[in-house]
Design a protein. Structure first.
Length: 302
C-alpha cells in the first residue's frame, strides 16, 4: 500500500506549514499567556481555506479527503496546538454536523464557520456524563415550531469565544441513545450563559461550561433527524480522535528537532542532551507514522 502523500497534498502541506511557522509560531506564547483566542488569525485561516477542509464543495467547503484534513491539522499544530485543537479537532465535528442541517441553519452558520468568521463549540459532555455520553440530561422540548432547551454542558473547548454551539440534548428521555438529538444554538440568545475554567496548557483556547435556561430556537435548528444525534456524534469521533492524535504529535517533535540539528554539529547531542541518536532519529520520522491511521479512517468512513 502506498502511504505517500499526493503532489496536491504535499503542496497544501507546504502552504499550511509556511502559514503556521510565519503567522502562528511567533505569537503562540503571547496568546497562551494572555489567554487570548486570535480570531483575526482564524479569519485568515478561513480566507486561505484551512477550515472545514473536508466539508463538501456543494456546502461551500473544499471537499478534500480526510487525510488532507489530517495534514492541515498536523501542520497548524506545528505553529500553535491550541488553535488546531479548536479549528480542527472540535471544529471538524461541528463542520460535519452542520452539513446535516436545514438550509436555514447552513446559511446562518456553516458559511461563516468556513470563512473563519464564526467560532463553533461542540457540546456533548455534561457534569454527570462524559464517557457514557448517552446518559446526558440536557432536555429539548418541542413547543409548536420551536424547541426549548434546558441543561448544562461541561469541559467544552473554546466555549468562551464561541458564536454558536452544537448541543446534544434528549428529545425522548426514555429512549436512551435513540432519544438524543443535536441542535445549533446561537450564543447570544436569552438564557445562554458560560463559565470559564483554569486549565493548564493550551490557554489560548479556554474551556468552560455552557448553561441553557429555557433557550428557545426555531425547529429548523435541529441537526439531522430527531433521535439521530448520538449516532452523528459517534460518527464524528471516528475521525476527530485521529485529528486529536495528530494535533498532539507535532508539538513534542519541535523541541526534539533542536538536539537533532545539534547532533550534526561539533558537539554530539547524545552527550549534550543525554539522548541517544537512535531515539532522535526515530522521533524525527514520527510524522510519517500516522499515515496508515489516516488511510484506515478514510476507508472506515467510506
Ligand atoms: C482538553 C479537553 C477538551 C475537551 N473538549 C470537549 C468539547 O469540546 N466538547 C465536549 O463535549 N467535551 C469535551 N471534553 C470532555 C471530554 O469529552 C470528556 O472529558 C470525556 O468524554 C471523558 O469524560 P469524563 O471526563 O467525564 O470522564 P469519565 O467518563 O468520568 O471517565 C473517567 C475515567 O473512567 C473510565 N470509565 C468511564 N466509564 C467506565 C466504565 N463503564 N468502565 C470502565 N472505565 C470507565 C474512563 O475511561 C476514564 O478513564 C474535553 C475534555 C478535555 C480534557
Amino acid at each position: 500500500m502506498d502511504f505517500e502523500f499526493s503532489k496536491h497534498q504535499k503542496m497544501i502541506q507546504k502552504e499550511v506549514r509556511r502559514f503556521a511557522q510565519e503567522e502562528l509560531a511567533p505569537r503562540y506564547q503571547q496568546w497562551d499567556r494572555e489567554k487570548r483566542y486570535p480570531r483575526e488569525l482564524v479569519k485568515k485561516m478561513g480566507d486561505l481555506g484551512f477550515i472545514g477542509v473536508s466539508v463538501s464543495q456543494e456546502n461551500g467547503g473544499l471537499g478534500e479527503s480526510f487525510i488532507t484534513e489530517g495534514i492541515v491539522c498536523e501542520e497548524i499544530s506545528r505553529g500553535d496546538c491550541s488553535i488546531s485543537m479548536s479549528t480542527h479537532v472540535a471544529n471538524h465535528l461541528c463542520g460535519g454536523l452542520l452539513e446535516q442541517g436545514h438550509k436555514e441553519a447552513k446559511d446562518a452558520f456553516l458559511g461563516p464557520f468556513l470563512a473563519g468568521e464564526k467560532i463553533p463549540a461542540f457540546c456533548l459532555t455534561e457534569p454527570g456524563c462524559g464517557t457514557d455520553a448517552a446518559a446526558l440530561q440536557t432536555r429539548a422540548e418541542k413547543k409548536g415550531a420551536a424547541y426549548v432547551l434546558n441543561g448544562e454542558k461541561s469541559g467544552i473547548t473554546a466555549i468562551m469565544d464561541a458564536d454558536f454551539a452544537l448541543v446534544f440534548a434528549k428529545t425522548d428521555p426514555e429512549a436512551g441513545a435513540q432519544g438524543v438529538s443535536c441542535f445549533v444554538i446561537p450564543m447570544d440568545l436569552p438564557g445562554v450563559s458560560t463559565q470559564s475554567y483554569e486549565d493548564l496548557g493550551c490557554n489560548a483556547v479556554v474551556r468552560g461550561s455552557l448553561f441553557l435556561q429555557d433557550v428557545e430556537i426555531p425547529e429548523t435548528y435541529l441537526i439531522g433527524q430527531e433521535g439521530k444525534g448520538f449516532k452523528l456524534a459517534m460518527q464524528g469521533f471516528d475521525q476527530s480522535r485521529i485529528l486529536l492524535c495528530l494535533e498532539a504529535l507535532r508539538p513534542p517533535l519541535y523541541p526534539l528537532k533542536r538536539p537533532w540539528n545539534m547532533s550534526n554539529s561539533a558537539r554530539p547531542s547524545a552527550d549534550h542532551w543525554r539522548l541517544s541518536k537512535a531515539f532522535l532519529s526515530r522521533s524525527s520520522n514520527t510524522s510519517a507514522s500516522w499515515r496508515p491511521f489516516g488511510c484506515c479512517a478514510t476507508r472506515h468512513c467510506g
